[in-house]
Design a protein around this ligand. Structure first.
Ligand code: ADP
Ligand code: MG
Length: 248
């Protein structure tokens, strides 16, 4: 058993079985600070289930998930969020009738609860943080725009911004460029590279060109198990990966 405690995320011997079917089967996965780690693999490989396990939406059958040396498998979803894990789902959960600014503001940690936001006073610290994030997600010139009017790509960035403003130490994104234009994909690649500084980022993605652009490390999942892992060049050249995933 690994005893290294330097990793931001250390998953060891993680298994979940649904009525005897092991969707994730004895998985070991380690992510460092400043690392952008991409998980790829065929449909049904267990990729989304790994994210569900990390954020506590699905409970593991056995194994360990240590985040900053805290065991997540015994924690409730809201405790996991509070400990610094953010997750972006495929459908953005933004408030369509609020402005970009307001969406970021309600996501600011002190304004998160309904009661909190009622008594919440805008101050320079909050405004500066909103400006900084808006700049990073390329929406600085759209602060007053109603979120519902943004393009598909901009809505995705806004949701990333709403997570960033909570300063998670692990940010997880499931197929973040699905439905995006080529230009938006390029901008998203730059954004993900920039947000991996000072934290760990875990991305699930199918678009191999996109993966090649962003990944520090790649893990290929197949039938709940690791088929290959390493940098993109190594993984892409692996005959097993070509056979089950890249070859068709
Ligand atoms: P991927 O994201 O790699 O396409 P998933 O993690 O969504 O794959 O699913 C892996 C396998 O686990 C699939 O066969 C799926 O049907 C099954 N699965 C996922 N979640 C559940 C669940 N809550 N109950 C039963 N089976 C599930
Ligand atoms: Mg999936």
């Amino acid at each position: 058993m690994e005893t290294n405690t330097d990793f931001t995320l250390a998953i060891e011997n993680l298994t979940v079985s649904f009525d005897g079917f092991k969707a994730v089967d004895d998985l070991n996965l380690y992510i460092d600070e400043n690392e952008l780690h991409v998980v790829i693999g065929p449909n049904g490989a267990g990729k989304t289930t790994v994210l569900d396990l990390i954020c506590g939406k699905t409970k593991s059958t056995s194994g360990s998930i240590k985040f900053l040396n805290k065991e997540l498998t015994k924690m409730a979803e809201h405790e996991i969020v509070r400990s610094g894990v953010g997750r972006k789902f495929q459908t953005p959960s933004i408030y369509e009738n609020l402005s970009v600014f307001e969406n970021l503001e309600v996501s600011y940690p002190y304004g998160r609860s309904v009661v909190g936001s009622l008594f919440f006073k805008r101050n320079d610290k909050v405004i500066n943080k909103i400006m900084e994030i808006a700049d990073q997600i390329q929406l600085a010139s759209q602060l007053e725009t109603e979120a519902g009017l943004l393009s598909h790509g901009q809505k995705q960035w806004l949701e990333i911004g709403m997570l960033l403003i909570q300063d998670p130490k692990l940010l997880m994104l499931d197929e973040p460029v699905a439905g995006m234009s080529v230009k938006e994909r390029e901008q998203t690649a730059d954004l993900l590279r920039s947000i991996s500084k000072g934290r760990s980022v875990l991305v699930i993605e199918h678009d191999m060109e996109f993966v090649a652009r962003i990944a520090d490390k790649v893990t290929v999942l197949h039938q709940g198990k690791i088929l290959a892992a390493g940098d993109m060049d190594k993984v892409q050249a692996d005959p097993k990966v070509i056979e089950v995933y890249l070859g068709h």
